[in-house]
Write a protein that binds this ligand. Structure first.
Ligand code: 13P
Length: 344
């Protein structure tokens, strides 16, 4: 393990004013989003969509790294070059999702555990040889009646830490993603309790597995009420509770934190990131940025609809969301930016 190389990658991913773009939807997830908009659910449609994203002019001004799915890593752009090379050309570091999905946890109704450790070492070696510089593994924590259990939190934290150790061995920076879901009617306080436990357990396991935190990035959920909760807390409260939770549970030596969006609207995801960076300016030991999928992509996907003629409009929308989140990462986002597509 070359810790200097890991630290250099992590630092580059956390470049001032930039964040990550998650474009690593598994085929079933991508197909579900395509189906909702009447887009063909084929390998070629998925390739064309990822081509649209990667060739968006100026994307590298706001995006430091992009997370790919295995299928995309093996495909080529319209110009006949690999997606890895296209990203590098755009100044974006290529990464890869390596978990194989969250499955029902035996004995724990309503809870899931993420799979993918079997055979991970040779898969990571292959991805590194193909040009990936970092990886992602997502654990899913559900809030509900009597859940999450410690058993679920610990099983997921253990898997995340074993994945992270293997990544570092292969020279890849692990992004560790313990996601407390927004599904349900739970309160912000219930989300906070689950998020604290998940982060605390995760860093304990990373320590146990001898993972070097200087080469790790945390991808957490924001602390939010469930989508169906009647009380939807204001932006500033979400910002304060989320950052306070991180300060209490995330070691200062970690280079960065990059949030998932988790089903928030695109504008709320920008507003909340902005509030955190503004209100805690100079008081956070790590960079605080985004690693959004839906909150960056959704407006573009809705404009594209699978039609080549819509590509320029979709690319403008993608650029706009990347610019807004870049501004939020710097603490200079404001509502007026939503009215002027392309402005940073
Ligand atoms: P969302 O931003 O849509 O939550 O996706 C982020 C991600 O990478 C989920 O694993």
């Amino acid at each position: 393990m070359d810790v200097n190389q890991l630290m250099a990658t992590a630092k580059a991913l956390m470049t001032e004013g930039k964040g990550l773009l998650a474009m690593d939807e598994s085929n079933p997830t991508c197909n579900k989003r395509f189906a909702a908009l009447g887009i063909a659910q084929t390998p070629e449609a998925r390739r064309a969509y990822r081509d649209l994203i990667v060739t968006t002019p100026g994307l590298g001004d706001f995006i430091s790294g992009a997370i790919l799915f295995d299928e995309t890593l093996r495909q080529q752009t319209n110009a006949g070059i690999s997606f890895v090379d296209a990203l590098k050309k755009a100044g974006i570091i290529p990464g890869i999702k390596v978990d194989t999905g969250a499955r029902d946890m035996a004995g724990f109704p309503g809870e899931k555990v993420t799979e993918g450790l079997d055979g991970l070492r040779p898969r990571l070696a292959e991805y590194a040889a193909m040009g990936a510089r970092f990886a992602k593994w997502r654990a899913v924590i559900t809030v509900g009646d009597g859940i999450p259990t410690w058993s679920c939190i610990e099983a997921n934290a253990h898997a995340l830490a074993r994945y992270a150790a293997l990544c570092q061995e292969a020279g890849l920076v692990p992004i560790v993603e313990p996601e407390v879901l927004m599904d349900g009617s739970h309160t912000l306080e219930q989300c906070l309790a689950a998020t604290e436990k998940s982060q605390h357990a995760l860093f304990h396991q990373l320590y146990q597995m001898r993972v070097d935190l200087r080469g790790v990035i945390l991808k957490p959920n924001m602390v939010l009420p469930g989508k169906a909760c009647p009380r939807q807390d204001p932006v500033d409260r979400v910002a304060d509770v989320t950052v306070t939770c991180l300060l209490a549970n995330v070691p200062a030596i970690l280079p960065g934190v990059a949030f998932l969006s988790g089903g928030q609207s695109a504008e709320l995801a920008s507003q909340r990131l902005q509030a955190m960076n503004l209100r805690f300016q100079g008081r956070m030991p790590w960079a605080l940025t985004f690693s959004y999928s839906r909150a960056i992509q959704q407006p573009a996907l809705e404009l594209w609809k699978g039609q080549p003629a819509n590509i320029p409009a979709a690319q403008r929308a993608l650029h706009q969301r990347a610019a807004c989140n870049s501004a939020a990462r710097r603490g200079v986002y404001n509502a007026a930016m939503e009215k002027h597509p392309g402005q940073s």
